[in-house]
Design a binder for this molecule. Structure first.
Ligand SMILES: [Zn+2]
Length: 61
């Protein structure tokens, strides 16, 4: 069974047991709880590492 990392809390989430999922920029993201998905909805770019956010991470560190 595929396992995914919930980007909000960092937990491993099995696909079949995910409480919520979102499609974001062509990827499906799985969450352990509806509350994590709601946190993600408020600021999705904070939790998904696009190439752009990775570049800005390098600039800051
Ligand atoms: Zn979570």
């Amino acid at each position: 069974m595929p396992t995914h990392v919930d980007p909000v809390c960092g937990m491993n989430v099995e696909e079949a047991e995910a409480a919520a999922r979102r499609d974001y920029q062509g990827q499906t993201i799985f969450f352990c709880a509806v509350g994590c998905a709601e946190t993600f909805d408020r600021e999705p770019s904070k939790y998904v590492a696009t190439s752009e956010t990775r570049r800005s991470w390098f600039r800051r560190h």
